[in-house]
Design a protein around this ligand. Structure first.
Ligand code: MLC
Ligand code: AMP
Length: 519
C-alpha cells in the first residue's frame, strides 16, 4: 500500500530548490549573544534523516513512543519530524512540567526513548530509568546535548518508514476533569487531513512567510503552525520565546501569524504595533482560548486586519474556523466560525441523550471527521465515555449555532480553566492542595484576567484548629506542579459555599472574587 506517512507528505512539499531558507531564527538561547541562524530545506532533510537514523540504530519496535521535554528550538522541531520519518510516535511534554507530572507521563506511555534538556538530565533520567526507559538523550536550545552529538555520526540518507493513515503519529496528554491525564492518540491521517484542509481553507499561497512564536509541545504551535508552513513549503521566522516587541519588529517580513489571545493582548500593549508594520501581513489567526471581542476590535482598529478565530483541541486538531475569503462571510467576533470542510459538528441536547438541538439552542458540542482521534492511550473505558453510541466525540465544550451557521462556544461542561492558552484542571490542583497538612478542602476557579484570559485562584478551608499561610501553599505548589497551574492567589476561608445537594458552588466563588485581576 502507498506510504501515508505524514513526514513524506510534508517532505514532498519542500521547494524544488532545497538550498533556499526554510527557517530563520529570530532569537536564541536565553542569556547568550544572538546571531540569526538560517536553516535551508536541505538542512531539514539532512537533519531529520540523521536523527531518524539515530533512532533506527536503536533497534526499537515499530511505533515506539519517544517522549520529549525540551526547550523550543529548530532542532526540537527536526526531532519531531525525525520521529515521524522513523515511523515512531512523538510524545511532546510541556517544559513547565515537574517531576511528579513527568513521572506519570513516562509511567503511562512507556516510551523507549526520552529526550530532555541537559539541565534536567539528572532528575528526568532517574525517573526514566526507574520506569524502564532504555535511552535518555539530551537536547539544549543551543544545539548542546547527547542527541545531536550521537546523530552527527549517522548517515544523512534515510528512506521514510511506510505508515498507514490510521497508524499512530503522536500522543498528546490532556488532563481530565477527574483522574489523571489521558493520552490522545493522533494518527498520520488525522494530522495530514487537517493540515491539508487548513492549507486550502486559510488560502496558504506561494511566498507566504509564517512567524512561529508558539511553543511546540501543543497542537497550536506543533501541528497547526508548523504543518501549515511545511506543507506549503513556506519560510518560517522562528522565535524560541514570545516577545511582543521582537515579533512586531519582524511583522514587515511576514504574511501569517498564529497566536493564543494573550499574544494579541501583549502586542496591542506595545505602541509600535500599527498598520505600517502589518503592511505585508495576509492573515492573523487566533485560537486555543476565547478571543475577547474587545481584543478583536482593538486589533482591527490598530492594524486594519481582522483576526480569524478558529477552534480546536488536542483530541481533534482543528474543528471550525471563521472564513478566510470574504465571499464566504465576515469574521465574527465571539464566534469560532463554521465547521471545517469534512468536519461535522452538532449540538447535543443535555437533557435528552442522543437528541440534537436546533439552531440557536445551547448544548454540548459533538464532532466527527477524519481529524478526530481514535481514543485515549490504554484507556478504553475513558474513550468509550467520551464518544456517543453513534461515534461522535463529546468535546466537553458548550455552544450554539447562529442562524448564519457560525458556531459560538458559550461555556464548558468540563471543569477547565484556560490560562494564556494552557489548560488547567481544577481537580488536579485541588488534589495537591488537599494533601497538604492542615487543609480540610479547597476549590480552584478561574477569574477574568486581562493578560491570561483566565487567572487561577484557590480558596482553601483549614482543618479545625489549623492555621494556613497562603504564601506557603503557593510555595509548596511551585515545586510540584507546572508554574502556569499554580494559583496566582490563595484565599483561606472558613468554608466553601455549597448548594442543597452539597456541591461546591464555584460560580459563587467566581462572583465573590471576580474583580481581583481587574486591569
Ligand atoms: C506563564 N505564566 C503563566 C502562563 N504562562 N501563568 C498563567 N498562565 C500562563 N499561560 C507565568 C509563569 O508561571 C511565571 O510565573 C510567569 O508567568 C513567567 O513565566 P514565563 O514562562 O516567562 O511566561 P511567558 O513567557 O510570558 O509566557 C506567557 C505565554 C505562554 C502566553 C507566552 O503562556 C504561552 O506561550 N502560551 C501559549 C500556550 C499555547 O501554545 N497553547 C496552545 C495549546 S493547543 P512565576 O510566578 O512562576 O514566575 C490548544 C488547542 C487549540 O489549546 O485549539 O489550539
Ligand atoms: P486542549 O485540550 O489544550 O487542546 O484545549 C482545547 C480546548 O481549548 C477546547 O476544548 C476549548 O475549550 C478551548 N478552545 C480552543 N480554541 C478555542 C477558541 N477559539 N475559543 C474558545 N475556546 C477554545
Amino acid at each position: 500500500m502507498n506510504d501515508q506517512n505524514l513526514f513524506s507528505a510534508l517532505r514532498a512539499a519542500f521547494p524544488a530548490d532545497l538550498d533556499t531558507v526554510a527557517i530563520e531564527t529570530a532569537d536564541g538561547p536565553a542569556g547568550q549573544p544572538f546571531t540569526p541562524a538560517h536553516y535551508t530545506w536541505r538542512d531539514l532533510e539532512r537533519g531529520t534523516a540523521m536523527l531518524a537514523n539515530l533512532l533506527k540504530g536503536l533497534d526499537l519496535p515499530a511505533s515506539t513512543r519517544i517522549a520529549v521535554q525540551v526547550d523550543k528550538s529548530v532542532e526540537a522541531l527536526m526531532l519531531y519530524l525525525a520521529v515521524l520519518r522513523a515511523g515512531h510516535v512523538f510524545l511532546p511534554l510541556n517544559t513547565a512540567y515537574q517531576a511528579a507530572e513527568i513521572e506519570y507521563f513516562i509511567g503511562n506511555a512507556e516510551p523507549a526513548v526520552v529526550v530532555c534538556t541537559p539541565k534536567n538530565f539528572a532528575w528526568v533520567s532517574r525517573i526514566a530509568f526507574k520506569a524502564g526507559v532504555s535511552h535518555v538523550f539530551t537536547l539544549g536550545d543551543d544545539r548542546s546535548g547527547s542527541l545531536l552529538e550521537r546523530a552527527s555520526h549517522c548517515s544523512d540518507q534515510h528512506k521514510p518508514v511506510d505508515r498507514q493513515a490510521d497508524e499512530l503519529a503522536a500522543i498528546l496528554y490532556t488532563s481530565g476533569t477527574t483522574g489523571r491525564s489521558k493520552g490522545a492518540m493522533l494518527s498520520h491521517g488525522n494530522l495530514l487531513s487537517n493540515a491539508r484542509t487548513l492549507q486550502a481553507y486559510w488560502g496558504w499561497k506561494p511566498g507566504d512567510v509564517l512567524i512561529h512564536a508558539l511553543p511546540i509541545f501543543h497542537v497550536h504551535g506543533l501541528f497547526v503552525a508548523s504543518h501549515g508552513a511545511l506543507l506549503n513549503g513556506s519560510r518560517m521566522i522562528w522565535f524560541n520565546r514570545f516577545d511582543p516587541a521582537a515579533v512586531i519588529s519582524r511583522l514587515p517580513e511576514a504574511t501569517v501569524f498564529m497566536g493564543v489571545p494573550t499574544l494579541y493582548v501583549r502586542m496591542l500593549a506595545d505602541e509600535r504595533l500599527n498598520r505600517e508594520v502589518c503592511r505585508s501581513m495576509r492573515l492573523f489567526i487566533a485560537g486555543s482560548a476565547p478571543l475577547l471581542p474587545e481584543t478583536f476590535d482593538a486589533w482591527r482598529e490598530r492594524t486594519g486586519h481582522t483576526i480569524l478565530e478558529r477552534y480546536g483541541m488536542s483530541e481533534t486538531v482543528m474543528l471550525s474556523s471563521n472564513p478566510y475569503h470574504a465571499v464566504e462571510g465576515e469574521r465574527r467576533a465571539g464566534t469560532v466560525g463554521f465547521p471545517l470542510p469534512g468536519v461535522s459538528v452538532r449540538i447535543a441536547d443535555p437533557a435528552k441523550p442522543g437528541a440534537t438541538l436546533p439552531t440557536g439552542e445551547i448544548g454540548g458540542i459533538e464532532v466527527t471527521g477524519p481529524n478526530v482521534f481514535s481514543g485515549y492511550w490504554r484507556m478504553p473505558e475513558k474513550t468509550k465515555e467520551e464518544f456517543t453510541a453513534d461515534g461522535w466525540f463529546k468535546t466537553g465544550d458548550v455552544g450554539r449555532f447562529d442562524e448564519r451557521g457560525y458556531l459560538s462556544i458559550v461555556g464548558r461542561s468540563k471543569d477547565l480553566i484556560i490560562s494564556g492558552g494552557y489548560n488547567v484542571y481544577p481537580a488536579e490542583i485541588e488534589g495537591f492542595i488537599n494533601e497538604m497538612p492542615g487543609v480540610a478542602e479547597s476549590a480552584v476557579v478561574g477569574l477574568p484576567h486581562p493578560d491570561f484570559g483566565e487567572g487561577v485562584i484557590a480558596v482553601v478551608v483549614p482543618k479545625p484548629g489549623a492555621t494556613l499561610d497562603p504564601a506557603a501553599i503557593v510555595g509548596a505548589l511551585k515545586g510540584r506542579i507546572a508554574n502556569f497551574k499554580v494559583p496566582k492567589q490563595v484565599f483561606v476561608e472558613p468554608e466553601l459555599p455549597r448548594n442543597a445537594m452539597g456541591k461546591v458552588q464555584k460560580n459563587l466563588l467566581r462572583e465573590q472574587h471576580q474583580g481581583l485581576f481587574a486591569r
